[in-house]
Write a protein that binds this ligand. Structure first.
Ligand SMILES: [Zn+2]
Length: 66
């Protein structure tokens, strides 16, 4: 498991699940080919973004992962 660190505080960010009020998880959907990171993850697929939160400053970051 990859450890994410807050760019401001340098502490380990905690992985959390981002949901709507109805309890649905959010999906990241890719539509067209793009070079770089997203292209390598598989096109036109639903990706579940990984959400991490900094316990110090509250920064939220999301990463597109398979
Ligand atoms: Zn922070």
């Amino acid at each position: 498991m990859t450890t994410r660190r807050c760019p401001d505080c340098g502490v380990t960010m905690e992985e959390m699940e981002l949901r709507t009020e109805d309890g649905f998880t959010l999906n990241l959907v890719t539509n067209e080919p793009k070079p770089g990171v997203l292209g390598g993850l598989g096109l036109k697929e639903k990706l579940k973004p990984v959400t991490v939160v900094c316990p110090e400053c509250g920064l939220i970051r999301q990463y597109a992962e398979e």
